[in-house]
Design a protein around this ligand. Structure first.
Ligand code: GLP
Length: 239
């Protein structure tokens, strides 16, 4: 695990965008895209580079990490809608190569398996962008998840539902999700995990300094040969 301390969230975004830029310029890239608030400035930086004609995603493919069960793509709270809004609709990534688990699928377990196979058929993810939950989750792999799991249907913890309730207003946060497993994520060739803010400090400490344990799912990345962790000062404050 290569841990880099940045002065600010803006610096985290530029450093992450640099890693993505380097990979995308090298040739057809399979990108793993995270949703959530943390990567938004990174996406804005990538969009800026695209608009300035310094970067094209025309040859890229992308897979998102997870989706809420029951939310269809047109639901603005779905991660499909989120990644389009935050990134994909603003660059030249061909939308037929933007893959997301289908939250509205009638058989979520079969959909999870289809998604896992789709990632494998694309040759796996080259560069995976990740955020981290306050409880150490990555994707939606909550504490207790198997470290070798593949894409599957999972229940969200109360903590995660509370953390994400800000996106749902008065509506209840869904209870189930489809998420790439920790084993799926670990097979990405390269991982860049971003963390910003004091709320992430404990999860970051457990991920970087704790034992590799399902109690902190992100700690599995200690085994990953090419993971870069980009931290702003508050997120690094318990290291
Ligand atoms: C969500 C997502 C994760 C994300 C995490 C942190 O629940 N499933 O992929 O990394 O929470 O989100 P944020 O970046 O908004 O703090």
């Amino acid at each position: 695990m290569h841990v880099i301390l940045c002065d600010s969230a803006a610096e985290v975004a530029v450093a992450a965008a640099d890693l993505v830029t380097r990979r995308v310029r090298r040739g057809p890239a399979v990108l793993g895209l995270a949703t959530g608030g943390t990567p938004q400035p990174t996406y804005r930086e990538l969009i800026r580079r695209h608009r300035e004609k310094r970067l094209s995603f025309a040859r890229a493919t992308a897979f998102t990490l997870d989706e809420y069960v029951g939310l269809i793509p047109t639901d603005p709270r779905s991660y499909r809608a989120t990644i389009l809004r935050d990134f994909a609709a603003h660059v030249d990534l061909p939308l037929e190569r933007l893959h997301t688990p289908q939250g509205g699928a009638p058989d979520p377990a079969a959909e999870a398996q289809r998604y896992e196979e789709l990632i494998a058929a694309a040759g796996g993810v080259d560069l995976q962008i990740l955020g981290i939950g306050t409880n150490g989750h990555i994707g939606f792999n909550e504490p207790g998840s198997s470290l070798s799991s593949r894409t599957t249907v999972r229940a969200l913890t109360r903590q995660t539902r509370t953390d994400n309730s800000r996106f749902f207003g008065r509506d209840p946060v869904p209870r189930l999700c489809i998420t790439q497993g920790l084993g799926t994520i670990s097979r990405a060739q390269e991982v860049v995990l971003l963390a910003v803010g004091r709320g992430k400090a404990r999860a970051v400490r457990d991920m970087v300094e704790g034992p590799v344990s399902a109690r902190c799912p992100a700690s599995v990345l200690q085994f990953h040969p090419r993971t870069t962790v980009l931290l702003e000062q508050e997120a690094a404050s318990q290291l």
